[in-house]
Design a protein around this ligand. Structure first.
Ligand code: THU
Length: 137
């Protein structure tokens, strides 16, 4: 798998861009695609899926994670997010929490269409995350 300068697999960026084309965004028009590289080597993709009841909308990142988890993947080596925006777009708070469940060290690369990209680990996107261990009674 080829890599860009920052160690992001090109194939993952391409997969996120392709997923973005499938975004269902009649309300915002804001397309987002995500792609996750699982430890098995499989790539899982997702797009945002909006709803007339706006709060029922699901972000691209969570779509991809739910697809991966439901296919049996539990460990993740890289996440890429590509929005229909010139600048890199950050995952929302709910998606940060969702990702933190499956690995604080996973790198998340946010790719802007103007060429800039930013890579941060989940633990830096969501410092002091609420974790499964916090539920111990
Ligand atoms: N959205 C995502 O899919 N991922 C993000 O990281 C940020 C926001 C979606 C939700 C909604 O469909 C649209 O972008 C505008 O908020």
């Amino acid at each position: 798998m080829g890599n860009t300068d920052e160690g992001v697999p090109d194939e993952l960026v391409q997969a996120a861009r392709e997923a973005r084309e499938r975004a269902y965004v009649p309300y915002s028009g804001f397309r987002v695609g995500a792609a996750i590289l699982g430890r098995s080597g499989r790539i899982f993709t997702g797009c945002n899926v909006e709803n007339a009841s706006y709060g029922a909308t699901i972000c691209a990142e969570r779509t991809a994670f739910v697809k991966a988890i439901s296919e049996g993947e539990r460990q993740f080596d890289h996440v890429v997010v590509c929005a229909s925006a010139p600048q890199p777009v950050s995952p929302c708070g709910i998606c940060r929490q969702f990702m933190s469940e499956f690995g604080l060290d996973t790198p998340v690369t946010m790719v802007g269409e103007a060429g800039a990209s930013i890579t941060m680990r989940v633990r830096d996107l969501l410092p002091n995350a609420f974790q499964p261990e916090d539920l111990s009674l």
